[in-house]
Design a protein around this ligand. Structure first.
Ligand SMILES: Nc1ncnc2c1ncn2[C@@H]1O[C@H](COP(=O)(O)OP(=O)(O)OP(=O)(O)O)[C@@H](O)[C@H]1O
Ligand SMILES: [Mg+2]
Length: 400
């Protein structure tokens, strides 16, 4: 009996020991498991961050760019907020009118000055542009691209909200535009060189620092906006397309763009590459040099299409001076003009492969801007003269 009790006692002790050991084992297992989960979480977070950094360094190797996700970058406005920012979309706040609709000056409740684009076409093209614009601009950040601050998209309204550029579009200051009563500035040579460089940097960012590259598709002087200090930013990605990643690759697409700026191969075949933007950039450079509209059929025969008229004269020392904007007289050196004219001539080559990359254009313009600025500090002043625009022809949208 005693032996049996002793045996039972031992059995209980062993059982208790087993329970204790098992509990300790389970508890340690739980601790180990939660530690494993913690470490795993941390590692995956680190992994995500570093791959985002990799992406940024691969795609945006550029002074001060940040690629932001759409949730992060943009503010969503109610129509009511934008209505009150523009005093009920009052006529007095209209600063321009483009293919998307009217553009208003506005002040947000926090005091920020903004430009508000109200879509006036209900068609598919407008909706598509709206989507592309929001998608593109929320991903891209560069000091040379106009920042989209936010948007409003309800069942009745599509509105885009941008940073406000007090000096409006470059086009308004180069030549007078139909119906425009805006005050235009006489942009001097130095300012034109700086604008050419900054706009080139905007395109360089899109073509060479974003992957896949972004083709603007509607690069023109009215899509280069000027801030208070006449610094330039490229705007309007409504027509932008993601380019092919392959070297020499192209994207086939419906031909859109603006008359006078569209590269010949794109107009003929719809094949779109970054070189199509380079052509349009060349046309803008010609506008800066000559102060002429890309297409003006009121001009004498042979002078209506800017590229056709200017191209043979760009490489001739004597003739190049004759095509220069008379407003620039006395401001440039022959050497500078020859260099800028050579860049323009390369950009508007009919054969896309002969056109330079935007990085090459930037590299050629940087020393020109630097040299001119240092020499003008000693010599002439570069003031802006206020003039009232007479009216002439608007290049307008092409329906090719
Ligand atoms: N962010 C802005 N700040 C100040 N003014 C602006 C701004 N955006 C546009 N504008 C003004 O509104 C005008 C019209 O711009 P918009 O982009 O709508 O048309 P566009 O460039 O002439 O043609 P498109 O619709 O083909 O781009 C510009 O020329 C400019 O004067
Ligand atoms: Mg525009």
């Amino acid at each position: 009996m005693e032996a049996e009790d002793e045996y039972r006692g031992k059995e209980r002790a062993v059982l208790a020991a087993i329970v204790v050991v098992a509990s300790i084992a389970v508890a340690s297992l739980l601790v180990a498991l939660s530690y494993y989960c913690y470490i795993r979480n941390k590692v995956s977070r680190l992994g995500k961050n570093s791959s985002r950094d990799d992406y940024q360094s691969k795609t945006t190797n550029f002074p001060d760019p940040q690629v932001t996700s759409s949730e992060k970058g943009l503010q969503v406005f109610t129509f009511k907020q934008l209505h009150s920012a523009t005093s009920g979309f009052s006529k007095s706040n209209v600063v321009g009118h483009g293919g998307f609709g009217l553009v208003y000056r506005g002040v947000l409740s926090d005091g920020r000055k903004v430009a508000i684009k109200l879509m006036d076409q209900a068609g598919k093209q407008g909706e598509e542009e709206f989507k592309v614009e929001v998608e593109m601009l929320s991903r891209l950040r560069s000091p040379y691209l106009l920042a989209l601050l936010g948007y409003c998209s309800d069942s009745n309204h599509k509105v885009l909200v941008y940073e406000f550029m007090p000096n409006g579009g470059l086009q308004e200051h180069l030549y007078p535009i139909n119906g425009s009563n805006a005050l235009s500035l006489n942009l001097d040579w130095e300012t034109r060189l700086k604008i050419a460089l900054e706009a080139a940097k905007g395109l360089e960012y899109l073509h060479e620092h974003v992957s896949p590259p972004v083709i603007h598709r509607d690069f023109k002087s009215s899509n280069i906006l000027l801030d208070r200090n006449l610094h330039a930013k490229v705007s309007d990605f409504g027509l932008a397309k993601l380019g092919s990643d392959k070297a020499g690759g192209h994207v086939s697409t419906r031909v859109l763009g603006t008359q006078g700026y569209v590269a010949p191969e794109y107009a003929l075949t719809g094949h779109l590459t970054t070189k199509s933007d380079v052509y349009s950039y060349g046309v803008v450079l010609l506008e800066l040099l000559t102060g002429r509209v890309p297409v003006d059929m009121k001009r004498p025969p042979g002078e209506g299409v800017l590229v056709t008229w200017a191209l043979p004269r760009l490489t001739d020392r004597e003739q190049v001076v004759q095509i220069m904007d008379p407003a620039l007289e006395g401001q440039y050196s022959m050497k500078e003009v020859i260099q800028v004219a050579a860049i323009a001539a390369m950009c508007v080559q009919p054969e896309a492969d002969y056109r330079p990359l935007m990085a090459d254009v930037v590299q050629s313009l940087v020393p020109l801007v630097k040299t001119h600025m240092s020499s003008s500090q000693v010599g002439n002043s570069s003031s802006f003269h206020l003039t009232k625009s007479p009216t002439t022809q608007d290049p307008g949208k092409a329906s090719i």
